[in-house]
Design a protein around this ligand. Structure first.
Ligand code: NAI
Length: 338
């Protein structure tokens, strides 16, 4: 029996179950997020083809990443004329293209530059891979996702089940900070973070943390923890002192989100993830970051937010006007036209 087990173990090692594989296009691949994310996607068991697109420096990044001895085929694409080829046949498009924050800037300050970049890239997606899942990292996510939805809708190819604003970094940060506080491995922590991806619109639901925060954590400490999760991006922007915003933790978070998408696409569902999506189902706002059940076709269900304590419920009410303002700004940007 032991010998049989050993043979089966060796056989499964030689021939492990093969996951389905997909083409992923990364737009903004040569940037601070794009480069480490290229590396992490090259390591994913779900990626067969990795298209690295940017307006600068992709030949170097693609050559570098292509020397990693993992399965995905890597190709670099440079400049707008190569964008259609980068997108052709893509199953998932991940977008970290755009400018990051400098100290003193809010995510909204990025709007003027990044809104146009995202609009242009989404127009190309509508034309060249209209059924791909699209994950937007470029800030301000609260506005860039509505921009993307409007562009896709005008092109007649919007499916809100496949369009996501990536808020995984907020979840990752909450897990890391709560793990630190409780002295446990962050991989064993879960904390829902819902709402949007800027300042007070980021709503960590610490009352639903697992393991739960003990009663010895005072209301002031909870408030401080909530504020730290909301301001964590600014913590990094200040520490980097003008050289950029979160890139490595963001690449980790985006790779985790991409793998969740590909696992769901692969039929390994149900997969649960948080992302900023177009749905009024749980918060009564047109876009909201919520827990999602993902399946082969994208979002299968927007899951309920669960019970909130008094502080969380107050923050939920307080953020609605700001989030709605950012949504409207995105919608109006597209309505205004070029
Ligand atoms: P970066 O400046 O290092 O890289 C941006 C890249 O985008 C550059 O390589 C640039 O050449 C490229 N790019 C510019 N215009 C482009 C276009 N039209 N098509 C393709 N590529 C284009 O910036 P970084 O640090 O990588 O940040 C990227 C974006 O991600 C920023 O908007 C930042 O605010 C956002 N971000 C979002 C987070 C989130 O949690 N969703 C967290 C951290 C950053």
């Amino acid at each position: 029996m032991a010998a049989l087990n050993r043979i089966q173990k060796i056989a499964s090692h030689l021939d492990p179950p093969k996951p389905n594989k997909f083409k992923v296009a990364l737009l903004g691949a040569a940037g601070g997020i794009g480069q480490p994310l290229s590396m992490l996607l090259k390591m994913s068991a779900y990626v067969s083809d990795l298209a690295l697109y940017d307006v600068a420096n992709t030949p170097g990044v693609a050559a570098d990443v292509s020397h990693m001895s993992t399965g995905a085929r890597v190709k670099g694409y440079l400049g707008a004329e190569q964008l259609p080829a980068a997108l052709a046949g893509a199953n998932l498009v991940v977008i970290p293209a755009g400018v990051p924050r400098k100290p003193g800037m809010t995510r909204d300050d990025l709007f003027n530059i990044n809104a146009g970049i995202v609009k242009g890239l989404i127009e190309a997606i509508a034309a060249h891979c209209p059924t791909a899942w699209v994950a937007i990292i470029s800030n301000p996510v609260n506005s860039t996702v509505p921009i993307a939805a409007e562009v896709l809708q005008r092109a007649g190819v919007l499916d809100p089940k496949r369009l996501f604003g990536v808020t995984t970094l907020d979840v990752v940060r909450a897990e890391a900070f709560v793990g630190e506080l409780l002295g446990v491995d962050p991989r064993d922590v879960s904390v829902p973070v819902v709402g949007g991806h800027a300042g007070i619109t980021i709503l960590p639901l610490l009352s639903q943390a697992r393991p739960p925060l003990p009663a010895s954590v005072s209301p002031e400490q909870r408030k401080a923890l909530m504020a730290r999760i909301q301001d964590a991006g600014t913590e990094v922007v200040q520490a980097k002192a003008g050289t950029g915003s979160a890139t490595l933790s963001m690449a980790y978070a985006a790779a985790r989100f991409a793998d969740s998408c590909l696992r769901a696409m692969s039929g390994e569902g149900p997969v649960t993830e948080y992302a900023y999506v177009r749905s009024e189902a749980v918060a009564g706002l047109p876009y909201f970051s919520s827990p999602l059940r993902l399946g082969k076709g994208g979002v299968e269900e927007v899951l309920p937010l669960g019970a909130m304590d008094e502080l969380e419920a107050a923050n939920f009410e307080a953020m609605k006007a700001e989030l709605m303002g950012s949504i409207n700004k995105g919608v109006e940007f597209v309505a205004k036209g070029p």
